[in-house]
Design a protein around this ligand. Structure first.
Ligand SMILES: [Zn+2]
Length: 309
């Protein structure tokens, strides 16, 4: 199974259009030791022909164009992209679906709650249902294995199991709607098992690290983990005010309760921070934070990385 990191930044990307934080300013000025990044996006394929997306980022069009494997191959209108797995209903995670509206058959795997938020409350998503079998929504149930299958019924032999990691729905979801939804379906991480039995964990938004999560991550070969914020008060420190990392559903990297300390024991072959916010000092390869992460055995994802599992 091939895994490609098409985008490695959190929402807003790096640099972010309206941000003049030290990182974004230095990157624009050409004085930053580190790379620009697009919004978090993963693509996986068992055979190199059929691809499934984990999430659908607002940068998806450009990410597809910069990835030859995802270009049309056969016929005037065709795409190797067969479907997407949605882990939450955040705009940064689902907006790309609207960019895939040109009548391409797609399987979209999402919890019932995420599907209802998008398809029932946001009428623009009706563009994905203009003709029969344009997009088929497949309800995924947390803690249950499912296979990535295209609309023609071809089983990719890639299996996934989502786990609930948080109960926060996006701010745009009304309180009336929230009352009809299941909190355990709000925010997921996903385990992806290749046909050869190798495991990838993709966890872009983890509000807290539990013993059960730690235990599950012990058996993965590649971990792509929430690297959104370095510290809990990162945004307030830069902007003067703002929600904490934990309030936004992200355990910070640093501090005794942060992911670096809480996951230090993990022996998985590759531990990679993903979904990195533009304010995070570890993006700067000249910073002590970058050095601390690298010395602890973690990598910091960049757009364009790929690996085989
Ligand atoms: Zn910034």
């Amino acid at each position: 199974m091939r895994v490609k990191i098409l985008g490695s930044a959190a929402g807003g990307a790096f640099p972010q259009w309206n941000c003049a934080c030290p990182n974004c300013s230095a990157l624009r000025a050409g004085s930053f030791l580190g790379k620009a990044r697009t919004q978090a996006q993963i693509a996986i394929s068992a055979d190199g022909n059929s691809w499934f997306l984990l999430g659908a980022s607002p940068d998806l069009r450009a990410q597809i164009e910069s990835t030859p494997e995802l270009h049309p191959r056969a016929g005037l209108r065709q795409s190797p992209i067969c479907g997407a797995v949605l882990l939450n209903a955040d705009i940064d995670h689902v907006l790309g679906l609207l960019l895939l509206r040109e009548l391409q058959p797609l399987s979209v795997f999402a919890t019932e709650s995420v599907r209802r938020i998008l398809a029932e409350d946001n009428s623009m998503f009706a563009m994905l249902q203009r003709v029969p079998e344009q997009v088929r929504w497949i309800d995924l149930v947390p803690a249950t294995w499912f296979s990535l299958t295209d609309l023609a019924g071809h089983d990719s032999k890639v299996r996934c199991r989502a786990r609930s990691v948080g109960e926060h729905f996006p701010a745009y979801v009304s309180s009336a709607k929230r009352g009809q939804l299941s909190g355990g379906e709000a925010s997921l991480g996903v385990l992806v098992e290749s046909p050869s039995g190798k495991r990838l964990a993709y966890m872009p938004a983890v509000p807290h690290i539990t013993d059960a999560l730690r235990e599950e991550l012990e058996r993965v070969d590649v971990l792509l983990f929430d690297g959104t914020f370095w510290s809990d008060d990162e945004l307030a420190g830069i902007q003067g005010s703002g929600a904490t990392a934990l309030e936004m559903g992200h355990v910070p990297v640093s501090s005794p309760t942060g992911s670096l300390a809480q996951l230090a024991h993990l022996k998985c072959p590759r531990k990679i921070y993903m979904h990195i916010n533009n304010t995070n000092p570890m993006l700067d390869e000249a910073s002590p934070e970058y050095r601390e992460v690298r010395d602890a055995g973690w990598e910091i994802a960049e757009d364009g990385w790929q690996f085989e599992l």
